[in-house]
Write a protein that binds this ligand. Structure first.
Ligand code: COA
Length: 323
């Protein structure tokens, strides 16, 4: 009988480096209130966003992903040739084909990369991170560049005050590679397709039933985050940094409060990148981690709990050790 040889993977995986990119143009609440019936006070109170970034007309999702990805590769102390696989999590490519990942890989200089897009909406980065970790451990890849990038402004009705105030553009990335000690814990992921209609696209623009999504996120996500801790063998009190998807500051604060009620520390750092970045879907978690590290809020070796959630409805969470 012929026996096939199997790939030999790494004992464990970890994040080797991170990077991010935001477009130059800052859009304040006051600017939005000039084109729609809203106010700075309403947005700050209900969503917690003070400003966000909008990409230029000729600045694409791929353009942003290239810069974030290249920054992550440099941060890992690697050359593009050290990477062999690129996963681009997104839900806002202008067309379904060609995919974005192959273009990003080529422009960064990752030759002949395994490259594919992954769509789990705002949970996309956590899905892709888990996949990258599994690829490295199974021996299918040596080093994987994982990017979450979105140009949500291409898909927003600019006068729809429920959505135009929330969504924004940007990209965040991480390089995943082999490690002796686990740096990426097991994922807890899943979906609630029975409520698929709560967020979607209609007539080429995003719609959502905001209050239902809000209720789902504030009741379902904290238990998922706690399960991600449990499967990693981590106590809530071990968590140094909580980085949930930056959907709405009130959702973030609700998740943090529920984790603290289960033993998370009062001094646990909680990502609030949404205040200055808006909701950037699959980009929000890696972008928040990069911004927090630049601000000195996240240090190498910190235990971070990530949890993404959004359209699908889909969710995914895991514990990581910060690079
Ligand atoms: N400015 C001013 N008023 C606004 C407004 C805006 N930008 N958007 C909605 N309103 C109004 C509504 O028209 C409504 O007015 P009415 O009472 O006269 O009918 C009132 O404010 C309350 O609307 P409601 O939709 O109940 O507001 P809300 O507190 O639920 O906030 C969201 C709306 C969308 C901000 C909020 O539901 C939310 O953040 N949901 C979660 C969305 C999310 O995170 N989605 C992404 C998941 S990845």
């Amino acid at each position: 009988m012929t026996t096939l040889r199997l790939a030999q993977g790494a004992t464990a995986s970890r994040i080797l480096g991170i990077g991010s990119f935001q477009p130059e143009r800052i859009v304040t609440n006051d600017e939005l209130s000039q084109t729609m019936d809203t106010t700075d006070e309403w947005i700050l109170e209900r969503v917690g966003i003070a400003e966000r970034r909008f990409a230029a007309k000729d600045e694409s999702l791929v353009d942003m992903a290239v810069i974030a990805g290249a920054n992550a590769v440099a941060d890992a102390g690697l050359a593009p040739s050290d990477v062999d696989t690129v996963i681009l999590a997104n839900c806002t490519m202008p067309t379904p084909i060609p995919n974005g990942a192959a273009q990003v890989a080529d422009r960064i200089g990752v030759k002949a990369a395994g490259a594919f897009d992954l769509n789990a909406a705002c949970a996309g980065f956590c899905y892709a991170l888990n996949l990258a970790s599994d690829l490295v451990r199974a021996g299918s890849a040596r080093r994987v560049l994982v990017i979450g990038a979105e140009k949500l402004t291409d898909w927003i009705d600019p006068v729809d005050r429920a959505n135009a105030i929330i969504f924004a553009d940007g990209a965040g990335a991480a390089v995943v590679g082999p490690a002796d000690e686990p740096g990426i814990g097991p994922v807890v992921w899943g979906s609630a397709g029975d409520v698929v209609d709560l967020i979607g696209m209609r007539d080429g623009v995003i719609y959502q039933e905001g209050q239902s999504v809000f209720r789902w996120a504030t009741t379902q996500i904290a238990p998922i985050a706690l399960r991600a801790l449990a499967v990693a063998g981590i106590e809530p009190s071990d968590v140094d940094v909580l980085i949930p998807h930056q959907a709405n500051l009130r959702i973030v604060e609700s998740i943090a409060k529920k984790l603290r009620a289960k033993g998370a520390r009062e001094d646990m750092v909680v990502a609030d990148d949404i205040v200055y970045s808006g909701n950037t879907s699959s980009a929000s978690i890696p972008m928040a981690m990069d911004h927090m590290r630049a601000a000195g809020l996240v240090k190498p070796g910190d235990v971070a709990l990530l949890v993404g959630f959004g359209a699908g409805l889909s969710y995914a969470g895991q514990v990581v050790i910060c690079p």
